[in-house]
Design a protein around this ligand. Sequence first.
Ligand code: NAD
Length: 500
Amino acid sequence: MTEIAHFINNARVASTSGRNQPVFNPATGEEANTVALASTAEVDAAVAAAKAAWPAWSKTPALRRARILDKFKNILWDRAEDLARAISAEHGKTHDDALGEVTRGIEVVEFAVGAPSFLKGEFSENVGTNVDSFNIRQALGVVAGITPFNFPAMVPLWMFPVALVTGNTFVLKPSERDPSASLLLAEWLKEAGLPDGVFNVVQGDKVAVDALLEHPDVKAISFVGSTPIAQYIHQTGTANGKRVQALGGAKNHMVIMPDADLDMAANALMGAAFGSAGERCMAISVAVPVTDAVADALIEKLTPMIESLKVGPSTDKDSDMGPIVTAQSLERIHGFLDGAEAEGAKIVVDGREFKQDKQGYENGFYIGGSLVDNVEPDMRLWKEEIFGPVLSVVRRNTYDDAVALIDQCEYANGTAIFTRDGDTARAFSQDIEVGMVGVNVPIPVPMAFHSFGGWKASIFGDHHMHGMEGVRFYTRIKTTTQRWPTGQRTDPEFTMPTLG
Ligand code: NAD
């Protein structure tokens, strides 16, 4: 068993904190490794390395920074399988799902490589007689990323390619539940030619997070995780004068209209609710069929599909769904199902009945898919994010009632509508109070050159991640107004300067 530790100044660094915690293989339930939990002094060392690297890195031409990221991108394509295996071993998701995560992460690197183009400034000639004005975007300095367990490669990749290519240096604090992917990313950045100290990793828990939030040399924090922690990060970070983007939890609804292609909707729901065992912030966890007839037909289609889901280890090619990340998360999901019937809901398919009998995997953190009908907004099942393979059905009789349900939810990350009617689809995407909308697309995760982010309690702060929103977050604008002496006489002016 090894202790997974830090990466500072382009080298793996053993921990000196004396604190660590187990990292499990969720497929077997075994403790596979331990992860170091950094002390404040270790975080200080990472920030100091990033601070020392910043002057030279921020002055390196964007084209050269982009070329390093281009090499990193090629390494990622070449070793995508290795990264996917490292993700699955600690997270539990299937190998193909992990490969999908890696691909979505690489797309952000592809976007970042375009920095020389998107960092072009704006220039206005002759804003006054012989006076020109121009804007440039400059890096902030040392920035930090704090990331969740559910995408141990993709979510860090939402952040650091854009931060680095725009001239910042970076300290990453990954999830302590699946820390290994972060070290592979750090080593491959080094191999691509990233100078010492530009990208650093500290493993850890609240101690490390608080050290980053309080450090005067950290200029901005990007966070992705659950809503209570996102809110805490935003409040504490902004109180300490930092720029903060903090993406939180989710509860994503899919409306199925009476004119929808029901087979298409059922297939879409299967992937969106049960892919990655429901541990995705864009997972659909609530189906909202409009009319009882649609609800009954949909449940009839979904039931056998959910009952035949193949639940197994990531190494098994046949698995549709892997285990849950930890025993505690599994227990929490059980808790929602244990309370469902007392609240008045009806469990149609009960994932608690699933038993993993594959030899060697009996103690893994498995649960089958669940379908729960007659869920209503006063139930815990609807109010809270479950983050597991549980699909709730909230029946509604009209489109307006379906929209009202979604707008009543505190979370507003993603949503989808399945319909054949363009008018309804357009009204939905225009009016719904949610950050990312799908029309006959169940998981509308924006591409890297657009930006990712929800509304309401799914985000704290103003900027979404990656795309031009990411560029705006990691840079600040400077505007220069210049006049070159022409030999003409100028007199002192005491009124507010006006040009033109
Ligand atoms: P989490 O909030 O428990 O942890 C996220 C990060 O915060 C980790 O690095 C963790 O070490 C740190 N952290 C945890 N408790 C802390 C505390 N008390 N003080 C300071 N730092 C703390 O989230 P998770 O369980 O790893 O991930 C799942 C959650 O992330 C879900 O709520 C999911 O919806 C959300 N998520 C959101 C998005 C999005 O884009 N909105 C994307 C992925 C995941």
